[in-house]
Design a protein around this ligand. Structure first.
Ligand code: SF4
Length: 449
C-alpha cells in the first residue's frame, strides 16, 4: 500500500535524442501542473518513468536492463512504472505481454493523458491488482503548443518547432512512433524564444525530426530561424536534425549570413553508395549530396559540417561500403556519429530487407570509419591552433572545475584554465587556441564581453 498521499515523487530517466530530452521537459511541466514533485533518486520515487528511444539498439537494451532492475524495487514496495516515448509506441505489445511491471505506457503524442494514467495506476495499486494504462494514439495535430517545458538549468533551451516525419527512411521508426510531420505556429515559437531569453538562456536549439522541412502558413525554416535569431538576449541559435533535401539557398544565406545563427550544419549522409541510399529511401544520390556540400562551402568556408553514418545496412557489399568511406574522406567532416546498422521492429527495412551483413563485418566497417574520422577531426582541430574563437561558456569542464568548458560557433568543445577569469556561464568570450585533440580545443582566454 502507498503510505503517503500526494504529492507523489516522480523520477524520470531519459534515453535517446534531444527531442526526447525536450519531451521530458514537457512531461515535467504536465506533471508539475497536476501537483507531482520530482526526485533524482529512484529509490525515493513513487513513480519511475522512462522516456525511451527506439532508434538505437543501445538505448533500447538499456531500457530493458533498467526494467529488470526495477522488478526488485517493485517487489519491495508499491511503485508505478511507466514507459514513455518511442519504445512505448513501437513495442507496446511486447511491453504489455512481457513486462508485467510496467503500469503505464504512453506514446509521444499522448503525454497530456499521462497525469491521469499515473493517478489511476496509483489508485488501482491501492485497491489491488493494476490494469495497465495505455495511451499510444498518434495525432495529426498535437504539437504541445500551449505547454511551456520545465527546462533544465543551463545556457541552452531546446525548442521543438515541428514534430513527426514524413520521410520514411526505411531503417527508421520515427514516422511510426512520432507520426506525420506537423509544424508549430511561428508566433508561438518566437514568443517561447522571448520567454527563454527573459529567463536568461543565451542559446536556443530548434528541434525537429526533419527540422528544415518546417512549414507554416507561408513561413519556411529560413524565415523562422531568422526570426528566432532576432530575439534580443539570444546570442546563438542552432538547429537539429536537418535532412539534406531541405536546404534552399535562403537557409544557406541565413546560416552563412546571420551573426547569431551558428556556422554548423549537421548533414546526415547515412551511406555514400547510390544503391544503398535508394534502399534507405534517402531521396538523394551521392552526387547530389556532394553538390550540396560544395554549395555550402562556396557560400561560407567557416561552416562546420558533421554527419551520421550507418555501416552494414542490408546487402551492403565491401565495394559499397568503400563508397561511404571515400565520401567521408572527401568531405572531411569535423565529426561523425557512426553506427552499426541494427534492424528496428516495424520499419520498412525490417519488413522488406534482410539484415544480412554479419555483425563482425559491420563492426569492422565502423572501426575503419571511426579511425578515418578521428584522423580528420584531429587534423581539423589542429588547424585551429593559433586562431581565436568565440566561445559561449557552458560551465566547469568535465575533468576539472579549475577549467571552463564551452563551445565554438561551429559546435566544437573548447576547454581552458579559469585562472583569474571573471567570466560566467552564458558569457561569450574569445579564446586563443593553443592545442587540440580529436574532440576538444584547448586555449587561453583573451577577453570577456
Ligand atoms: S528523416 Fe529519415 S531518419 Fe530522420 S526521422 Fe525522418 S524517417 Fe527517420
Amino acid at each position: 500500500m502507498y503510505e503517503k498521499r500526494a504529492p507523489y515523487q516522480v523520477h524520470i530517466e531519459t534515453f535517446g535524442c534531444q527531442m526526447n530530452e525536450y519531451d521530458t521537459e514537457l512531461v515535467r511541466a504536465l506533471l508539475k501542473a497536476r501537483g507531482f514533485t520530482f526526485t533524482d533518486d529512484r529509490e525515493r520515487a513513487d513513480v519511475v518513468l522512462m522516456n525511451t528511444c527506439a532508434i538505437r539498439e543501445h538505448a533500447h537494451n538499456k531500457v530493458y536492463g533498467h526494467l529488470a532492475d526495477l522488478k526488485t524495487l517493485k517487489r519491495q514496495r508499491n511503485l508505478v512504472v511507466g514507459v514513455l516515448g518511442c519504445m512505448a509506441q513501437n513495442l507496446k505489445q511486447d511491453l504489455i505481454d512481457h513486462e508485467s511491471i510496467v503500469d503505464v505506457l504512453v506514446g509521444p503524442d499522448s503525454y497530456r493523458r499521462l497525469p491521469d494514467l499515473i493517478v489511476q495506476a496509483i489508485e488501482s495499486q491501492e485497491k489491488g491488482p493494476t490494469r495497465k494504462g495505455l495511451a499510444v494514439d498518434l495525432s495529426e495535430y498535437e504539437t504541445y503548443e500551449d505547454i511551456l517545458p520545465e527546462r533544465a538549468e543551463g545556457i541552452n533551451a531546446w525548442i521543438a518547432v515541428m514534430r513527426g516525419c514524413d520521410n520514411f527512411c526505411t531503417f527508421c521508426v520515427v514516422p511510426y512512433t512520432r507520426g506525420r510531420e506537423r509544424s508549430r505556429d511561428p508566433q508561438g515559437i518566437v514568443r517561447e524564444t522571448q520567454h527563454v531569453a527573459s529567463q536568461g538562456y543565451k542559446q536556443v536549439t530548434l528541434l525537429g525530426q526533419n527540422v528544415n522541412s518546417y512549414r507554416y502558413d507561408g513561413w519556411d525554416f529560413s524565415r523562422l530561424i531568422t526570426a528566432v535569431a532576432e530575439v534580443p538576449g539570444i546570442e546563438r541559435v542552432r538547429f537539429t536534425s536537418p535532412h539534406p533535401k531541405d536546404f534552399p539557398p535562403s537557409l544557406l544565406d541565413a546560416v552563412a549570413g546571420h551573426p547569431k545563427i551558428c556556422k554548423h550544419i549537421h548533414l546526415p549522409l547515412q551511406a555514400g553508395n547510390d544503391r544503398i541510399l535508394q534502399l534507405m529511401n534517402r531521396t538523394y544520390t551521392r552526387n547530389e549530396y556532394l553538390a550540396l556540400v560544395e554549395k555550402i562551402r562556396r557560400r561560407s568556408s567557416d561552416i562546420t559540417l558533421t554527419t551520421d553514418l550507418i555501416c552494414g545496412f542490408s546487402t551492403e557489399s565491401e565495394e559499397e561500403f568503400l563508397d561511404t568511406y571515400e565520401i567521408v574522406r572527401e568531405v572531411g567532416y569535423h565529426a561523425a556519429f557512426i553506427f552499426k546498422y541494427s534492424e528496428r521492429k516495424h520499419t520498412i527495412a525490417a519488413r522488406k530487407y534482410l539484415d544480412d551483413v554479419p555483425d563482425k563485418i559491420k563492426a569492422d566497417r565502423v572501426t575503419r570509419l571511426v579511425d578515418l574520422q578521428k584522423g580528420t577531426s584531429l587534423k581539423k582541430n589542429r588547424g585551429m591552433v593559433g586562431r581565436t574563437v568565440q566561445v559561449l561558456v557552458e560551465g566547469d569542464a568535465k575533468k576539472s572545475s579549475a577549467q571552463w568548458m564551452g563551445r565554438s560557433d561551429g559546435n566544437i568543445t573548447v576547454v581552458w584554465e579559469k585562472g583569474g577569469s571573471t567570466v560566467r556561464p552564458g558569457d561569450l568570450v574569445g579564446v586563443r587556441i593553443t592545442d587540440a585533440s580529436v574532440t576538444t580545443l584547448f586555449g587561453k582566454e583573451l577577453a570577456s564581453r
